[in-house]
Design a protein around this ligand. Structure first.
Ligand SMILES: NC(=O)c1ccc[n+]([C@@H]2O[C@H](COP(=O)([O-])OP(=O)(O)OC[C@H]3O[C@@H](n4cnc5c(N)ncnc54)[C@H](OP(=O)(O)O)[C@@H]3O)[C@@H](O)[C@H]2O)c1
Length: 346
């Protein structure tokens, strides 16, 4: 809040209220988490990247501090006076050639934020992790004990998310209270990006999704993930990671949920996985050359990811935090309702 600016209502309630910083508040998870915190009457401050479209926060009574995770001075301003921090911000990309940016924002940026939080005596930081940075073994759901294996076909983004967890543990050793809330693929409203999954939902609704690859993944309802972050803040053990997912769905099941949310019955054509992998390996470099920067759905990494059919075990979050996931059907319906409100769908 600049000098002389009118404080949002939550800041006027009391002179001593708890200030909570959310990074990545303009993103899919952040926009849901900020709304949840505001519903709980919290005074919310959001770190907003300079140049960010920021529409996910329009009309919300939050304090905005402009800054990038690579800007240490801005981070010092953002954490000043905060008791709690939710660090949701990250660069997400499956494209080649973005490694430096991913590393600087995600790894160095998290290090900067945690150092600033320690200097400002923040009580606890919850950092969002990714299932792609948790280990997995064929035939066994991933749990928090499984270490990330860095030598396979791993995306640079997943590498950075593993290193983010390393930054968290370094900060714990240095005396900061940090808990890691691991996310699976997020489904739900306020996806202003929109994310890769959000684009798939939109394309399906507009009749532009002509084919799909059989496979599956773990999906988390954005509301469950926001609640998981709150539980990690309230009840998590310092230095621990907790996996938050709602349910495993095959691609066919997910498209079935989309179809019923839209009142349809026809699904796109199912293309065998090996065929789609081969097609993606040929088209990916071509599309990258001819249309650099254009979003692509069927990259080799995305096809590999779906075909791996990874499952997650949320037992630790259920037992230790009382986490109770809801449903992806609801999340899909809310995502479509939000796209309609924003005029992206009729
Ligand atoms: N989406 C998923 O399915 C998924 C799965 C597993 C884990 N996660 C994790 O969940 C978290 C939230 O993901 P999301 O889906 O909400 O992502 P998102 O919609 O892409 O939002 C990312 C947020 O981070 C901000 N950000 C990016 N780089 C920044 C920088 N250098 N400085 C300051 N802010 C920066 C973005 O700001 P702008 O809006 O200005 O770009 C945006 O607010 C991330 O940590 C991600 O790794 C996501």
């Amino acid at each position: 809040m600049g000098a002389g600016a009118t404080p949002p209502p939550a800041f006027r309630r009391t002179g001593t209220c708890l200030v909570i910083l959310v990074t990545g508040g303009t993103g899919h998870l952040g926009a849901n988490l900020v709304r949840r915190l505001l519903a709980d009457q919290a005074a919310v401050r959001v770190l907003v990247r300079p140049g960010s479209r920021g529409e996910a926060l329009d009309g919300l009574p939050v304090e905005r501090v402009e800054g990038d995770l690579r800007d240490e001075d801005a981070l010092a301003r953002a954490v000043s006076g905060c008791e709690r921090v939710y660090h949701c911000a990250a660069r997400i990309s499956t494209r080649a050639g973005r490694e430096r940016e991913l590393f600087d924002c995600n790894v160095a940026g998290t290090g900067n934020l945690l150092a600033a939080a320690r200097r400002a005596d923040v009580r606890r930081v919850v950092v969002t992790g990714s299932l792609s940075a948790v280990g997995h073994e064929p035939g066994r759901p991933s749990d928090e004990t499984m270490p990330f294996y860095p030598f396979g076909q791993v995306l640079p983004y997943s590498h950075t998310k593993a290193l983010v967890e390393h930054e968290c543990l370094k900060a714990v050793v240095a005396g900061l209270d940090v808990v890691i809330a691991v996310s699976t693929a997020i489904v739900g409203p306020h996806d202003h990006g929109p994310s890769r999954l959000g684009r798939t939902l939109l394309d399906f609704a507009r009749g532009r999704l002509r084919a799909y690859v059989p496979g599956g993944f773990e999906f988390v309802n954005a509301a469950d993930l926001a609640r998981g972050h709150l539980l990690a803040m309230e009840r998590g053990t310092t230095g621990h990671r907790y996996i938050f997912s709602t349910q495993f769905l095959t691609v066919e099941q997910l498209l079935g949920l989309c179809a019923s949310a839209l009142g349809r019955s026809v699904l796109p054509v199912r293309v065998p996985g090996p065929l789609m992998s081969a097609a993606a390996a040929v088209t990916d470099p071509l599309v990258r050359r001819l249309r650099p920067g254009a979003p692509q759905r069927f990259t080799p990494a995305a096809v590999r990811f779906l075909r791996s059919q990874r499952r997650a075990d949320t037992g630790k979050a259920r037992r230790e935090l009382g986490y109770r996931p809801t449903s992806i059907a609801e999340a899909v319906a809310e995502a479509y309702a939000c796209f309609r409100r924003r005029g992206l769908l009729r």
